[in-house]
Write a protein that binds this ligand. Sequence first.
Ligand SMILES: Nc1ncnc2c1ncn2[C@@H]1O[C@H](COP(=O)(O)OP(=O)(O)O)[C@@H](O)[C@H]1O
Ligand SMILES: [Mg+2]
Length: 322
Amino acid sequence: MCLDLIQEMIETKDLTKIFTIKKAADIPAVVGLTLSVAEGEVFGFLGPNGAGKTTTVRMLTSLIGPTSGTARVNGFTVGEADQDIRRSVGILTESPGMYERLSASKNLDIYAHLYDVADVDGQVDKYLRMLGLWSRRDDPVGSFSKGMRQKLAIARALLHEPQLLFLDEPTSGLDPEAARLVRSFIQELRDQGRTIFMCTHNLNEADRLCDRIGIFKSRLIEVDTPENLRKKLFGRKVVFHLREVHPGWLDPIRELEGVLDLQIVDKKLVIAMDNPDILNPQIIRALVQSGADILFVGELRHSLEDIYLQTMRDTAEEEVAG
Ligand SMILES: Nc1ncnc2c1ncn2[C@@H]1O[C@H](COP(=O)(O)OP(=O)(O)O)[C@@H](O)[C@H]1O
Ligand SMILES: [Mg+2]
């Protein structure tokens, strides 16, 4: 893969936002954020409440100015081409406001005009149909469920066909069914090749949808693919299910180079290692030579939640240690 050819849709360098409030301590909401998001990438910005995710999105969409640092979005520089940035990106905010008494199509119509969309009716129709709101297009938004509102808000963010989309907690507050619909729609947007920057505190969501995840709490703590985050923070664990386990079989395995840890759980061996491709065959050979019946072998996947909590714990400990 030639990295030079990949266009960066978002590039930040030391981006920082410190809120200063009279007679109160400063709030360092975002500190020294350096990050790139490539074209076509779905990037998950994962962090707890108050981490500074929304503040970051507001800076990247030129709604508030940074205290220091720089950012380029869609090729435009924050602070220099704010109008271009706002026009070229789509934003789903945390609690999108709608005109409650107006119909779904009227709400979209107003936005399409605001964004100077060329074919207003065509675009409004397209997204009402795509998000399954067509049959309710003439109903006032006040009568919509949370899930329908969220879909309408996503439609609104897409009317001007932005290639870069910011989704701030797109499924928060939705029931499971509505959340599933919104997720599958995000998947569709991704398949269309759009770049998505998605804030979330939902770990499974980030795992399922995102190419890379940045774990963030005022500072960027880790950035990688979900798979690499698992490996990086935990090594890998392989489970060998045996018919029987005899203690005598274990020593030859412990002695193999690269075995980091070995535990016995019922009739399973749980072995931590860095490189299963090399070690698994050696372990299997050793077990068979000892006379073991191997029923099956599988890799134990850590949930992102473990990683997330672990990372947050590590950061807290570092802070305490100073
Ligand atoms: N306009 C503002 N004025 C002062 N403080 C703010 C403002 N917006 C956000 N903050 C503070 O910045 C921190 C990060 O908030 P936010 O970006 O909303 O986090 P998140 O979206 O990750 O939950 C919080 O401590 C919040 O109280
Ligand atoms: Mg937020």
